[in-house]
Design a protein around this ligand. Structure first.
Ligand code: UDP
Ligand code: MN
Length: 340
């Protein structure tokens, strides 16, 4: 498949502004931008007829920005720190909502009549353009609290008025989960539910394997939600496979597809970039999960569940098992022993 030629052709179409509907994603740094590039190529290879648009912040490097411009029809830079921006004052009151306010900017893309937002950690495995026939706000149940929708994928209608209302609500009511999902679920209580196949959370297939075996083949959009992103895994380019630990093998086909696209279509254009280093790891527990999923082993005598319970009780063992230096050293050892 010659995706690059294909995307170049679509880029020129965007100049004429003939496509009123778009998939929209977001990247505030180079790591997520690499994820967004894989997502864009996967959407094109599934034959989408829609525009591809990305919202970025000034933290994305100029080199990465020009690469994004080759693949996306529309690259929009948003700076919530700019005092001319509506989110600016709200950000002063709620600084924790930085990335969230950037995501809300998708409602300002009024050159489009309808859009589908997709997280940058998603992958298209089949054409999902039928989503554009659904109303605002259409989404998929969250796997943690299914009365809420997961904000990794949602159908929306750009509108400056809705944008201002969303910013106002963020500033006054706030977000019950500290992020965009809390705000959007408060703002759109009567959302329209579509099948899980439009935002299939890859890790959920582990907790409900029989359903995955029954329905997983219908998946159209896969979401690598959580701490372990595809770029955290090690990929063996000679065999074309990703190393997954026991219990996570069912993720392998999606991870292999992600890496196949990354290796063939993204990496050659960013040879100096180590995507695994470009993405920050969030907490010691998440780092342990990553290490365990990669290695399939437990660190020390304590299981992940015991360690997680202790972490959730507010008793992290910062100087012992959960110390970042320990975990980093462990990961380095695993990588060295497995890597060539
Ligand atoms: N994101 C970003 N920079 C960040 C964190 C998040 O650009 O530092 C964007 C990116 O599009 C990402 C989305 O916000 O996919 C939601 O974050 P993430 O996917 O990490 O959350 P999860 O789906 O794991 O809850
Ligand atoms: Mn996500």
């Amino acid at each position: 498949m010659s995706l690059q030629g294909h995307s170049g052709q679509l880029s020129s179409l965007s100049v004429t502004g003939t496509m009123p509907e778009a998939y929209v994603t977001l990247a505030t740094n180079n790591g997520y931008a690499a994820g967004a590039l894989v997502l864009a190529h996967s959407l094109r290879s599934c034959g989408t007829s829609k525009d591809l648009c990305i919202i970025i912040t000034p933290a994305v490097s100029p080199d990465m920005k020009s690469l994004l411009e080759q693949v996306f029809n529309n690259v929009v830079t948003v700076d919530v720190l700019d005092s001319g921006d509506s989110a600016h004052l709200a950000l002063m009151k709620r600084p924790e909502l930085g990335v969230t306010f950037t995501k809300l900017h998708c409602w300002t893309l009024t050159q489009y009549t309808k859009c589908v937002f997709l997280d940058a950690d998603m992958l298209a495995v089949q054409n999902a353009d039928e989503l554009f026939s659904h109303p605002e706000l259409t989404a998929v149940c969250d796997i943690g609290w299914p009365d809420c929708f997961n904000s990794g994928m949602f159908v929306f209608i750009p509108s400056q008025d809705t944008y201002e209302k969303l910013i106002h609500m963020s500033e006054t009511t706030g977000s019950f989960d500290g992020g965009d999902q809390g705000i959007l679920n408060t703002f759109f209580p009567n959302w329209n539910r579509v099948s899980f196949i439009f935002n299939m959370v890859a890790s959920a297939t582990y907790t409900y394997l029989p359903a995955y075996k029954q329905f997983g083949g219908n998946a159209k959009l896969v979401h690598f939600l959580g701490a372990t992103k595809p770029w955290h895994y090690r990929y063996d380019s000679s065999s074309g496979t990703v190393q997954t630990g026991p219990g996570y093998q069912h993720l392998a086909p999606y991870l292999n597809s992600w890496w196949a696209i990354y290796t063939r279509l993204v990496k050659p254009n960013v040879p100096e970039m180590d995507v695994q280093k470009a993405v920050e790891v969030k907490t010691p527990v998440e780092t342990i999960q990553i290490a365990q999923q990669i290695s399939g082993m437990h660190i020390g005598a304590e299981s992940l569940q015991e360690g997680q319970a202790r972490w959730e009780r507010g008793e992290p063992d910062y100087l012992g098992r959960d110390s970042f230096a320990n975990i980093q050293a462990y990961i380095d050892t695993k990588i060295k022993s497995n890597g060539k």
